[in-house]
Design a binder for this molecule. Sequence first.
Ligand SMILES: NC(=O)c1ccc[n+]([C@@H]2O[C@H](COP(=O)([O-])OP(=O)(O)OC[C@H]3O[C@@H](n4cnc5c(N)ncnc54)[C@H](OP(=O)(O)O)[C@@H]3O)[C@@H](O)[C@H]2O)c1
Length: 281
Amino acid sequence: MKILITGAKGLVGRALVEHCSASGDEVFKYDHHALDIADARAVESEINAQRPDAVINCAAWTDVDGCETNPEKAEQVNSLGPENLARASSNVNAVLITISTDYVFDGEKEGFYTQRDQPRPISVYGRFKLEGERRAQAAHARTIVVRTGYIFGPGGKNFLSNVVSKAQRGEKLKAIRDYWGTPTYGHDLAIRLRELAIVDLPGIYHVVSSGDGASFETFSVEALRLAGLSSDLLEVIDGDSLGRPAPRPRNSRMKCLLSEKIGLQPLPHWQDGLAHFINHG
Ligand SMILES: NC(=O)c1ccc[n+]([C@@H]2O[C@H](COP(=O)([O-])OP(=O)(O)OC[C@H]3O[C@@H](n4cnc5c(N)ncnc54)[C@H](OP(=O)(O)O)[C@@H]3O)[C@@H](O)[C@H]2O)c1
């Protein structure tokens, strides 16, 4: 397959480039510097030049608090970006996968969010990610939206990806106890993204690692246990005590109604992904 990957130096982008290359695909990888997804002309020109079978969009402005204070940039990247990619993918009849987020939900539900639940974003980031889903779907029928959340893996800048390395450096870890999601290993997500490109069935998929979910605290405790490190460095806090600009959903655990129906196996458990991440980097 010829696969064009945007955001190739991000957490998911790296894992996907590695997996597709190892699978024998012809990979056209673009980091932010090489292709700005907010630049419609550049997006069209690159996709026309490469004529890929699949475009997988791993690019996004993922700074949730930054989006809250700079909605114009959030809209350009997270809403218009996917639309630009969808238009250009439509021109060459490539399947488009664009990654979205659990933050399209408000977090008020008790259980797991499925595709039957109505999105109701409570942050600017969530609002424009949802708009990005819808713009991409409206511009190109062969669009697959993959909602995921609480991702961890090599190269990640987020809290979950850095629990062990911070503890190894003796840094204190402020672990939030009252916000819950479904931790998802970037490597396993990458495998599923490629499978979905091959399956080529448009729609919205919730792709997360298996398990009942975790709070930042339960994830951190497990990470330190697997790494053989003491949990003395953990300071357990309430999320609201951080006074962050953007509200987050308290519960954004997700499940997929579609994947198993089309013959895809559940992803491995997040604890297995975490053990793999800790042991293999
Ligand atoms: N990490 C999570 O827990 C999480 C949860 C739910 C959903 N997601 C979604 O998963 C996807 C992948 O996220 P990630 O975790 O891999 O995030 P990441 O590590 O922040 O990677 C995103 C990449 O996109 C690049 N980028 C930013 N603006 C761009 C633009 N205008 N054009 C092209 N590239 C741009 C960034 O480059 P620079 O850093 O150089 O700007 C970065 O390399 C995103 O759609 C995100 O919304 C992530």
